[in-house]
Design a protein around this ligand. Sequence first.
Ligand code: 13P
Length: 252
Amino acid sequence: MRKQIVAGNWKMNKTFSEAETLITEIADALDEVDLKDAEVVLCPPSLYLEMTTDVAFESNFKVGAQNIYPEDSGAFTGEISPLMLKELNLAYCIIGHSERRKYFNETNEFIQRKVDALLKHNIRPIFCCGEVLPEREAGNHFDVVKRQVEESLFHLNVDAFINVVIAYEPVWAIGTGVTASKEQAQEMHAFIRGLVSAKYDGNTANETTILYGGSCNGKNARELFAQPDVDGGLIGGASLKADEFLQIVTSF
Ligand code: 13P
């Protein structure tokens, strides 16, 4: 059966000492709970990755990065490479986040290169997709998400694709306090799973983890995660407080 995952995307938040405190609080709290079969992933800013992997080594969570540049090394000032992440034994890396699409003009084609660069080093991409509000209001949300998934992922063969985690993050729900309803989430997740089934096969679609992201919190996680095609969450703001994050990771 596919993996259930809750990943915390800290974005550009926390000072070093605040990050250290939060990681320790989360690690300690995770020792006390039954995660069932769910996996917890923390994605701190890259500066804190090494410290986070040190704690993760003796704890019950995995570590992911928030971004890479799709080359192993070179003259790309300010960037970090998948090879660097591999040396830290990172399990995951978020790519295609709407904030990177918006503020850094990342295209589906560029994100495709990141998918390949990560898979080359056995790091699982957490691939984000999702429509902006005018696209939903115009009824284009399925087309938008279909294009994002097709153009960044569907060049992969099935053996590579099976390592990808998809996160549906409607942009209008990110950081707004407006969560997608459980029906809206389920509908889009089922649609994405249908795309995977049509491109690959039913078994691959069944094994694909599809996370929901966008104002997911301790109060709404349980009903979202109860949807048949919602396999967990990619959590922003609510992952910055240990007690609320713990509430979410125990919402299956
Ligand atoms: P919020 O949970 O803060 O809405 O952010 C979601 C997100 O963008 C996770 O990647």
